[in-house]
Design a protein around this ligand. Sequence first.
Ligand SMILES: N[C@H](CCC[C@H](N)C(=O)O)C(=O)O
Length: 274
Amino acid sequence: MEIPFYKMQGAANDFIVINNMELKLSGDQLVSLTKQVCQKHFSIGSDALMALDFPQNDGDFRMRFYNADGTEAEMCGNGVRCIARYAYETGICNEQMTVETQAGNVYCWRLSKRQYKVQMNEPSVETFDMNFPESNLTLDYVELGNPGVPHLVVHYPELKATSLANITSLAEKMRSWSALDKGANVNFYAVDKNGVVILRTFERGVEDFTLACGTGAVSTAYVLKKRRIIQTDPVTLQVLGGRLEVTENNQRFYLIGDTNIVIKGNICDEDLVI
Ligand SMILES: N[C@H](CCC[C@H](N)C(=O)O)C(=O)O
């Protein structure tokens, strides 16, 4: 079975994108496909798989998002920017679209060939000043959408000089903190002298740091604005995969960033079992 796909990335958060309106794979088949093709070396390798599917309500289409480990997530900021470009370039949508996600509808605009803008889901949960056991770290918790994508936001002043290897064990403990019903993505941030936010995100379902995380960037920007640490707009976030911008208008937050179509092809992995 050959499966048409795009390999895309937004700020180097990478995705395998398929059209499930044509493939008509079941949820279990999508989970199985994801766990196989997201593996590096054995198959394509990716942070996640996104299946564009028929809308269930008033959206233009539905985004079904699966982390590399096969867990389905409520939303993905970089992912929805990429799937919006996929929908535009395959003729499914025009330059503005409504995408149905588990976290709720999100609205996307094509700004240019590679730049897409997303109106992000509003926070449904926010808890500030959580004390993480056995550490002097203060954490903030935000869920974007309802049900929301869970994010811990951690101020880590020496982040720029810190190697990810030195904070992976801490990130793993926070990601699975028993105080959180559904775990969380963990965002470490620092603000440099120019007001640029340095951000590193350990992602639930990838179980590692990714090179960018859109909902993590927005959750971090939201916390920084609520804490009045940053008053400027847009908030620029420097991630390992590039830069993301977060703007606010009438208490709504928007994610803006680059996309890249890396491959248009067919998955013909001979070991694939669907
Ligand atoms: N790993 C996340 C979903 C992807 C979020 C991230 N890639 C983004 O751009 O928002 C979770 O399971 O909550």
